[in-house]
Write a protein that binds this ligand. Structure first.
Ligand SMILES: [Zn+2]
Length: 248
């Protein structure tokens, strides 16, 4: 087989993955054998869960399409599709179950605070993460793009920012979560849902001042942690409102 040139053009914010020398979003690859378009895209540093549409010479193709001749490849992220290609998208927009890698503890906390189902184990190894992701049908959130490129990953996202609040907004936008926000319904420690409990039922677990000042209590259905609208609550609420305002 004669060598042939493939020109790739990465759109939207996908140039985040290309490195500083290719901020224009254009990369050329010379190939000597038939290669799947997914492998060529990932060889440029862009994980497949970030890719929502691929056009080869103007025609929409799937990840397993084989490149074997000179080609122009256009690669689009979620929320940056050209008109008339909605039916060819490769990603699902809405998703509400996540697994987060061990480096994103603050993002996990924020998402749970907003009521989202987030599996998280700070000590988990990559293989465990992928196993839980697959068996519980969760989308993977990680800044480790190699992990996101693993072939078993179907839904996932790499937060661009290093700041947890900005990451939270990115995730809400990417997975269209805005309408599903349900603050203070989930345990920040173990991810289980909270239930309302009568003060009398939790009285013996409360500190003296908490007993005096608070009337409404929630209890985690998983680990039993008691929650109430303490002094930290109004601070959390303010942060939440700021996040919500930036999402809309
Ligand atoms: Zn809990």
């Amino acid at each position: 087989m004669n060598a042939f040139t493939v020109r790739l053009n990465f759109h939207g914010d996908l140039n985040f993955f290309l490195g500083s020398r290719t901020r224009s979003g254009r990369i050329e690859r010379i190939l000597a054998e038939k290669v799947s378009v997914k492998d060529v895209i990932e060889s440029c540093g862009v994980p497949h869960p970030e890719v929502d549409l691929i056009l080869v010479n103007g025609r929409a193709v799937g990840f397993d399409y084989g490149l074997e001749h000179i080609a122009e490849v256009e690669v689009f992220p979620v929320h940056a599709l050209p008109p008339h290609f909605e039916e060819n998208r490769l990603q699902i927009l809405r998703w509400q179950r996540f697994i987060v890698d061990g480096h994103l503890g603050k993002l996990t906390r924020n998402l749970r605070l907003l009521g989202f189902d987030v599996a998280y184990d700070r000590e988990a190894q990559d293989q465990q993460l992928l196993q839980i992701m697959a068996s519980e049908n969760r989308a993977l959130l990680t800044r480790d793009r190699r992990l996101l490129m693993h072939s078993v990953v179907r839904h996932g996202y790499c937060p661009r920012s290093q700041n947890a609040d900005a990451q939270t907004i990115e995730v809400i936008r990417r997975f269209e979560l805005f309408g599903a926000i349900a603050p203070f319904t989930r345990c920040l420690r173990c991810n289980a849902l909270l239930e309302k409990v009568a003060k009398g039922d939790v009285m013996q677990k409360l500190e003296p001042l908490t007993k005096v000042y608070y009337e409404k209590f929630g209890r985690c259905t998983g680990c039993g942690q008691i929650y109430w609208a303490g002094s930290h609550f109004s601070k959390l609420q303010k942060r939440l409102e700021a996040i919500r305002a930036r999402c809309s």
